[in-house]
Design a protein around this ligand. Structure first.
Ligand SMILES: Nc1ncnc2c1ncn2[C@@H]1O[C@H](COP(=O)(O)OP(=O)(O)O)[C@@H](O)[C@H]1O
Ligand SMILES: [Mg+2]
Length: 280
């Protein structure tokens, strides 16, 4: 099956001339769960914005579902295919009620009033935004809810691919789990999810594939398991594998270096113990 999102030889320079991305080649299929990782300034946000067409390539190309983001008048085609949720929902929310906020996208693609309302209700329900909040100004909602409204306003356009920049930053543990479980449910329902994050435990738990950037280039692009089992490579990105993976990597007796969860750690211990027992 061909890729849904094809980034080819992408370079991006900011208008002030700052080069941010160099020769990025990434191909993402349908229903993947991808994490973009790398230290601050490595280019994650810039790449995300190139992926959804907000930024146009300086050279190279980004093609989403067969649509080149450099094409004229493609914005309306792109918004129904790939959505980007800003790191800070306040950079995205600008309407004076939750209802208007979620309706904004569907209105802009000229859907009928009935269809717009249906989209709003569905997106709000899926994102966990209660209809009682429709009249509220997003400004008066707690951050976790503002992020849900931001996600709902993207969902209302029904894009197959959703990019969420730092979904857990500034949220407590419970809110983080909630937003991640929600993204997982969208993934299971058929969406492609791309998260930008510096929390490696989140990557280990939710993503299948990790793309590590360093200095605007792709350093490694592989399964999460393969990426975390190469700590020396990861070191170059100043990213450390999750704590549990590092712990397993430090234990001499354990033969596996790709432990991602507590359950896998227990398995690794069991195998180490039975190997020792059989050696007598
Ligand atoms: N608006 C901007 N103008 C000029 N340079 C920028 C701008 N935003 C980001 N950059 C630069 O682009 C590079 C990548 O930044 P960014 O994509 O925000 O990284 P990340 O999201 O991984 O922290 C950095 O060198 C950063 O300084
Ligand atoms: Mg960023």
């Amino acid at each position: 099956m061909s890729a849904y999102l094809e980034v080819t030889h992408l370079d991006y320079n900011y208008p002030d001339g700052t080069p941010a991305l160099f020769d990025i080649n990434v191909s993402i299929g349908r229903q993947e769960f991808v994490a973009l990782i790398g230290q601050n300034g490595s280019g994650k946000t810039t790449l995300s914005k190139c992926m959804n067409g907000l930024f146009k390539p300086t050279s190279g190309s980004v093609v989403v579902d067969g649509i080149d983001t450099r094409g004229k008048g493609v914005v309306k085609q792109l918004v129904t295919r790939i959505g980007y949720v800003f790191q800070n929902p306040d950079h995205q929310l600008f309407n004076d009620s939750v209802q208007k906020e979620i309706a904004y996208g569907p209105r802009n693609i000229n859907l009928s009033a009935n269809e717009v309302q249906a989209r709003v209700d569905e997106a709000a329900r899926v994102a966990g935004v209660a209809p009682e909040l429709y009249a509220t100004h997003p400004f008066f909602l707690p951050k976790g809810l503002r992020q849900r409204v931001a996600i709902a306003s993207i969902l209302a356009l029904k894009p197959r691919t959703i990019i969420v920049d730092e979904p857990t930053t500034g949220q407590d543990m419970r809110q983080s789990v909630e937003v991640m479980e929600f993204l997982r449910s969208l993934w299971q329902a058929g969406h492609t999810i791309i998260i930008v994050t510096h929390e490696m435990s989140i990557v280990a738990r939710y993503a299948q594939r990790a793309i590590a950037l360093r200095g605007g280039r792709v350093l490694v692009d592989d399964t999460v398991r393969a990426v975390f089992s190469q700590p020396d490579l990861l070191k170059q990105t100043y990213v450390e594998p999750p704590q549990i993976t590092r712990a397993a990597q430090r234990l001499d007796g354990l033969s596996r270096h790709d432990v991602l969860t507590v359950e896998e750690m227990q398995d690794a211990f069991r195998s180490a113990i039975s190997a020792e027992a059989s050696q007598g």
